[in-house]
Design a binder for this molecule. Structure first.
Ligand SMILES: C[S@@+](CC[C@H](N)C(=O)[O-])C[C@H]1O[C@@H](n2cnc3c(N)ncnc32)[C@H](O)[C@@H]1O
Length: 270
């Protein structure tokens, strides 16, 4: 699929997001346009791609490109996160699972544009990931070695330096770290361990820390039934998004809003 079709998929997904929130589609699209036109962001991302390739010889995924000419080379989830942060202007965002920091970079770019709010991200150091495959919950078999990187590289190695002022990175296990946080989070992104047991336990840890009207985004919902089990147990009506088609069009991202009127819709609750 070429980049023009990818863009059409992103716009289509944003239309569904606007429908879900009863928001103005044109406004959501204007945030998308904003990140597409953010020259400094793209330039700094390209600097990071180059530096990481040269310093560490890391060439997985997007790092095998010399450079990218558009934010559209990233998955739709990044656009979604950017638009959500611009639209809801959260004071505190929680992210679990950073890896190279694709999501992190887009979240921080939106916080920078808002001029308000902070991001707390939690991830294990690579050495722990390598040695605790049998950790708190068995990791999903699809993970394999895809997330391994040089031990001297820190999670978030694509994140531009100028965005880090809005960022607190916490090295540790999400399930044990989240309960120690004092914030009420307006947006929670799960992108750590997608196994059903782990997602269930992480969401339980996160729930008391969420604002009443928080938005929850879950990545790779097709890896287990964890997201759907969460929606059932918390009585939440979800909206689901496909990726934007560069690799495939699988349904990948789930979103709920804790105070969404549809959560009470008898047709949904039954
Ligand atoms: C799919 S990757 C995240 C990708 C990332 N969000 C991005 O946009 O580039 C999953 C990450 O979850 C982290 N992870 C796995 N188990 C974890 C745990 N118990 N606590 C915190 N992070 C964990 C891994 O170290 C890995 O970096």
């Amino acid at each position: 699929m070429d980049i023009a079709d990818t863009r059409k998929c992103n716009v289509w997904n944003l239309k569904r997001l606007a429908d879900f929130f009863g928001a103005d589609q044109a406004i959501l699209e204007s945030y998308y346009q904003e990140i597409l036109e953010d020259v400094s962001f793209l330039q700094e991302i390209n600097n990071r791609l180059k530096t990481v390739r040269q310093e560490f010889g890391f060439t997985k995924g997007i790092f095998n490109r010399e450079s990218v000419d558009s934010a559209d080379w990233f998955a739709f989830e990044r656009v979604l996160l950017y638009v959500l942060v611009r639209h809801f202007r959260p004071r505190a965002v929680l992210e679990t699972g950073v890896y190279y920091g694709g999501n992190t970079a887009f979240l921080l770019a939106a916080l920078e544009r808002n001029g308000l709010g902070k991001l707390v991200s939690i991830d294990l150091p690579d050495s722990t990931i390598r040695t605790t495959q049998e950790g708190t919950a068995a990791r999903h078999p699809l993970v394999g070695e895809t997330e391994f990187y040089e031990p001297k590289m820190k999670p978030g190695f694509i994140v531009p330096e100028y965005l880090k002022k809005h960022w607190e990175f916490v090295e540790g296990d999400s399930i044990s770290t989240i309960p120690t946080r004092a914030e009420k989070f307006d947006l929670y992104l799960h992108d750590s361990d997608h196994s059903m047991d782990f997602l269930t336990a992480e969401a339980e840890a996160a729930w008391p820390k969420l604002a009443q009207d928080a938005v929850v985004v879950v990545d790779d919902i097709d890896w287990s039934n964890g997201f759907f089990a969460l929606c059932v147990s918390k009585k939440l009506c979800p909206v689901l998004f496909t990726d934007n088609g560069k690799d495939n069009l699988r349904v990948r991202t789930g979103l709920v809003k804790l105070d969404h009127p549809r959560n009470l819709d008898p047709a949904f609750v039954g």
